[in-house]
Design a protein around this ligand. Structure first.
Ligand code: CA
Length: 233
């Protein structure tokens, strides 16, 4: 149905990539708009409030990182999902972008199939997130997590987790498929003031995986970036 088409804004200064994305999004049933520099992107977002933004990080003028920051700081745009388009070897940028509130990233050169799947996933995740009620039991594969009671069951058997392990698991499992940086995991667990090293997060994750046994592999390592709870369970 035409009136249910989702709208995507593509922000990209490389004309070939912009045209390729535009063509394929339209073909896949989206409404797609284009912007080739930062100012144009911000104006388009303010005027049209797209359902999702594909955001190249290296742009002339206001760059992608700054766009991301401004969108998240503004209540009228803070909920619009953002997928960053990054070049290979830009792990530090990916980490920064995720911490600024981007939802996901795709590394160039990307396959159009992978990118379209990612767009679909992020749009779906957002609607699932909006339905999620705090305190509700999370069921993921063979794992059941009762946030209210700090109780975790693996295949029906309860598992003894420390408070911190529980909070890490709860944070990751509440957003399957999302990549969390180590800093974001620390924030989810302790709040911004708590100083924890990357290494400490890795130790928590290692302990958690071990205790989860057959469900340990639900937590994936994303090299150079952080961790993700699998969504293909
Ligand atoms: Ca660029």
């Amino acid at each position: 149905m035409t009136d249910q088409k989702k709208s995507v804004l593509i922000v990209e200064d490389e004309e070939d990539i912009l045209a390729l994305l535009h063509y394929n999004l339209i073909k896949s049933g989206y409404n797609a708009d284009c912007a080739s520099h930062g100012e144009e992107a911000l104006a388009s977002i303010a005027a049209k409030k797209p359902d999702l933004i594909l955001l190249d990080l290296m742009l002339p003028g206001i760059d992608g990182m700054e766009i991301c920051r401004r969108l998240r700081d503004d209540d009228t745009t803070s909920e619009i999902p953002i997928i960053m388009l990054t070049a290979r070897g830009e792990e530090e940028d990916v980490v920064r972008g995720l911490e600024l509130g981007a939802d996901d990233y795709v590394t160039k050169p990307f396959s159009i199939k992978v990118l379209l799947a990612r767009v679909q996933t992020v749009l779906r995740r957002r609607s699932v997130l909006q339905q999620h009620v705090d305190g509700e039991e999370l069921i993921r594969g063979d794992l059941r997590i009762h946030p209210g009671r700090s109780l975790v069951l693996v295949g029906g058997k309860s598992v003894d987790l420390t408070f911190t392990e529980f909070r890490v698991l709860e944070a990751l499992a509440s957003r399957p498929g999302w990549v969390f940086t180590r800093y974001q995991i620390v924030n989810a667990v302790r709040g911004e003031d708590y100083a924890v090293t990357d290494r400490a997060v890795d130790v928590q994750i290692a302990g958690l995986r071990k205790k989860l046994g057959s469900c340990g592999h639900y937590i994936e390592t994303v090299r150079g970036i952080g961790y993700r709870f699998r969504e293909d369970l």
